[in-house]
Design a protein around this ligand. Structure first.
Ligand code: GTP
Ligand code: SPV
Ligand code: MN
Length: 595
C-alpha cells in the first residue's frame, strides 16, 4: 500500500478484504486531481475511457450491455429477521448472504488493484456528515467517487484521529488470470450480482456491477438505505429528494424538497429556471436530502453529495440549460453516443440528429438504425460546484429550512397537475400512496404502474411500515413548523399520448402557487383528493396553453379515483401489522370523500 493508516478498524478491514479478494496491489486514495488524472490515464490506456475532443477533461465510457442500471431484484436488506426488512425489500439472512458473497469475493480482485477510497457524505468535519470508506477494484468507480462524494486525505486524518466510518465493499467481480486481457467494462453476470446492506451493523457489500448506484456506494447504498435506517434510530430523515431555493420578486426565500422516483424529474426541477418574471431558483441538491430538526424547531436539509449523476437523454438547452452549462468540462459520460467530431450525443439533446454516430454499444449508428443511439439511462457525472445556479448555501453545514415538500411521479392519467394535502397526516398518506410508471433507471419492465412510496421503494433500508410511522412521528415533533405538503404530476397525457403540461421551466408556475398557499395569499378548492388551485391562481402569463388542456390537466375523475382505492388497499395490506393506524384512517376518509 502507498501509505499507512492509523485507524485500527480500517486497518483490520483493509487486511481482511485483501486476504479475501487477493488483489495484486493496494492503493490508498487521497482525492487529489493528480490521482484522478492517474486513474483516468489508466482507463485511457486500457481503452475503457474515450477522450472527448469537444469537452475539456471529459471522457465517455460504454458499459457492458447487461450492466446499464440499478438492479433492484439483486438488492438486499439483510437484517436479522425478514420482518425488519419488510415487504418492499429482498431479504436473505445475514449469515447466509455473507457466506454466499464471501464465496464470490474469494480471489475476485486477482490481477487488479484494490482501491481504498475514504469519503465524506456532507461537508468534511461537519457534525451532520457521515464518513464512508469504499474498497473497490474499479478505477472508474474511483473517478466517479471523486466527483460524487468528498474523497480526501482530510477524511483519512479524521479516521486516524479515531472517527468511525461505514465500510462499503465493492468488486466488479471480474478477476484477471495471468496474461488475460481485460475487457472494456468488466462485470459479473446478473445472477452473481449482489447489492447487499446490513443496516444493523452499518455495512455495505456490493458485487458484480460497475454501474451507478450499484457501484458508487456513497449514493443509494450509504446515503439512502443505510442512512434511512440510522435516521429512523436517531430521529431524522434521509430522503430521495432534490433541494432547491426559490426566491420571489420581493426577495422572500422558500426552500423546497421534492421526492420523485428515479428518472422522474428531480435533476430538472432542482436546476429549473423559472419562466415567470422576477422569480429565481437555485440548486442545493438533485437526488438526496438529509434533514434534521434544528434549534429553531424547523426541518433543515443538506445535500450529502458533491456531484450530479444525471440522466442524459432529454437534457438540452430547452429543457435543462443549467445542466447543459454544468457539463461542459470535467465530466464522465456513461453510455452516451459519440459524434464523429468527438462530442457526446443523446436523444433529445437538440433537434439536429447527426447522420452518423457511434452508439452506446460502440456500433455505427445512423438515423435509420434500430434502437436508441444513447442508452435511455445514459448518465453524466458532474461536479455540483460547476452548476451555474448552485446556491451559495449548498455546503452550509446548517442546511436550509424546508418550507415545502413535494411528492409526485409519472402518471399519464388520473393524477392532476398539482394538489395540496389537507394536513401533515394527509401529506404522509400522499407520500405513502405515491405511484409512478417505471423507467429505465432500474433493470426490469418499463412503463408499468407501481406504488413507490415517497420515491423510496428501492431505497428504504428497513420495514417501510415503520418508515411511514417515522414520518408521522416527525410531523408530531415539528408541529406547526412542519413543511406544507403537495403532490404533482408533470406527466399527464391527452388521448393522443401528448404531454398536457409543458413542464420544465413552466413548473415554476406550480411552485409559485405553492408559495402563495404557504403565505396564505390564495384560497384553494376542496376536492375529495385534496386542495386544488382555483382556476385563476396558477399564473399562466405568457404561456400558450388552452383552457381545455388546463381543464384536462386538473381533472379529478371520481370514477378513476374510486378505482385507485382497491389498489391502495392491496398496497397497504402488504405491510400487515406494521401499517400505521393513521394511514388506515386517511384511506377511510378519502373513500368517504369520494362517496
Ligand atoms: P434520477 O437521477 O434517476 O433519480 O432521476 P431524476 O428524478 O433526477 O430525473 P431527471 O430530472 O433526470 O429527469 C428524467 C427524465 O424526465 C428526463 O428525460 C427529463 O427530460 C424528463 N423530465 C424531467 N422533468 C420533466 C417535465 O417537467 N416534463 C416532462 N415532460 N419531462 C420531464
Ligand atoms: C436513481 O436511480 O434514482 C439514480 C441513479 O439516481 S443511481 O445512482 O444509479 O441509483
Ligand atoms: Mn435518484
Amino acid at each position: 500500500m502507498n501509505s499507512a493508516v492509523k485507524n485500527e478498524k480500517l486497518n483490520n478491514w483493509i487486511k481482511e478484504v485483501a486476504e479475501m479478494c487477493q488483489p495484486d496491489d493496494i492503493y490508498l486514495c487521497s482525492g487529489t486531481k493528480e490521482e484522478y488524472d492517474l486513474m483516468m490515464a489508466k482507463l485511457l490506456a486500457s481503452g475503457s475511457a474515450i477522450p472527448l475532443k469537444k469537452r475539456p477533461n471529459s471522457f465517455l465510457f460504454r458499459s457492458d450491455p447487461s450492466d446499464v442500471a440499478r438492479v433492484e431484484d439483486r438488492t438486499y436488506i439483510s437484517t436479522s429477521s425478514k420482518d425488519e426488512a419488510g415487504p418492499t425489500n429482498n431479504w436473505v439472512a445475514p449469515a447466509e448472504l455473507k457466506n454466499t458473497m464471501k464465496g464470490l469475493y474469494k480471489g475476485c480482485m486477482k490481477g487488479r488493484t484494490m482501491y481504498v477510497i475514504p469519503f465524506s457524505m456532507g461537508p468534511i468535519g461537519s457534525p451532520i456528515s457521515k464518513i464512508g470508506v469504499e474498497i473497490s477494484d474499479s478505477p472508474y468507480v474511483v473517478c466517479n467517487m471523486h466527483t460524487m462524494t468528498r474523497v480526501s486525505s482530510k477524511v483519512l486524518e479524521l479516521l486516524d484521529a479515531g472517527e468511525d466510518f461505514i465500510p462499503c465493499l465493492h468488486s466488479i467481480g471480474a478477476p484477471l488470470a495471468k496474461g488475460q486481457k481485460d475487457v472494456q467494462w468488466p462485470c459479473a453476470p446478473i445472477e452473481n450480482k449482489y447489492i447487499s446492506h446490513f443496516p444493523e451493523e452499518n455495512l455495505i457489500w456490493s458485487y458484480g456491477s460497475g454501474y451507478g448506484g450499484n457501484a458508487l456506494l456513497g449514493k443509494k447504498c450509504l446515503a439512502l438505505r443505510i442512512a434511512s435506517a440510522m435516521a429512523k434510530r436517531e430521529g431524522w430523515l434521509a430522503e430521495h429528494m432534490l433541494i432547491l431555493r426559490l426566491t420571489n420578486p420581493e426577495g422572500k426565500q422558500y426552500h423546497i424538497a421534492a421526492a420523485f422516483p428515479s428518472a422522474c424529474g428531480k435533476t430538472n426541477l432542482a436546476m429549473m429556471q423559472p419562466s415567470i418574471k422576477g422569480w429565481k431558483c437555485e440548486c442545493i441538491g438533485d437526488d438526496i436530502a438529509w434533514m434534521k430538526i434544528g434549534t429553531d424547531g424547523r426541518l433543515h436539509a443538506i445535500n450529502p453529495e458533491s456531484g450530479f449523476f444525471g440522466v442524459a437523454p432529454g437534457t438540452s438547452y430547452d429543457t435543462n440549460p443549467m445542466a447543459m452549462d454544468t457539463i461542459k468540462e470535467n465530466i464522465i459520460f456513461t453510455n452516451c453516443a459519440l459524434t464523429d467530431d468527438g462530442d457526446v450525443w443523446w436523444e433529445g439533446i437538440n433537434d439536429a440528429v447527426p447522420s452518423h454516430l457511434i452508439d452506446w454499444k460502440g456500433h455505427d449508428w445512423t438515423p435509420d438504425s434500430q434502437g436508441d443511439a444513447a442508452h435511455p439511462n445514459a448518465r453524466f457525472t458532474a461536479p455540483a460546484a460547476q452548476c451555474p445556479v448552485i446556491c451559495k448555501d449548498w455546503e452550509n453545514p446548517k442546511g436550509v429550512p424546508i418550507d415545502i415538500f413535494i411528492f409526485g411521479g409519472r402518471r399519464s392519467s388520473v393524477v392532476p397537475l398539482v394538489y395540496e394535502a389537507y394536513s401533515w397526516d394527509h401529506g404522509v398518506f400522499l407520500g405513502a400512496t405515491a405511484a409512478s410508471e417505471t423507467t429505465f433507471a432500474n433493470i426490469g419492465a418499463v412503463g408499468h404502474l407501481r406504488r413507490d412510496p415517497f420515491a423510496m421503494k428501492p431505497f428504504c433500508g428497513y420495514n417501510m411500515g415503520d418508515y411511514f410511522q417515522h414520518w408521522f412521528n416527525m410531523g408530531e415533533k415539528l408541529g406547526s413548523k412542519a413543511p406544507r405538503i403537495f403532490y404533482v404530476n408533470w406527466f399527464r397525457k391527452n388521448q393522443d399520448g401528448k404531454y398536457l403540461w409543458p413542464g420544465f421551466s413552466d413548473n415554476s408556475r406550480v411552485l409559485k402557487w405553492m408559495c402563495e398557499r404557504v403565505d396564505n395569499k390564495v384560497n384553494a378548492e376542496k376536492s375529495p383528493i385534496g386542495l386544488l388551485p382555483k382556476e385563476a391562481d396558477i399564473d399562466l402569463a405568457g404561456l400558450n396553453i388552452s383552457s381545455e388542456n388546463m381543464k384536462e390537466l386538473m381533472e379529478v375523475s371520481l370514477k378513476e379515483w374510486k378505482a385507485e382505492i382497491p389498489d391502495i388497499e392491496n398496497h397497504f395490506a402488504t405491510f400487515g401489522k406494521r401499517l400505521p393506524e393513521s394511514l388506515k384512517k386517511q384511506l377511510k376518509e378519502l373513500a368517504a370523500r369520494l362517496g
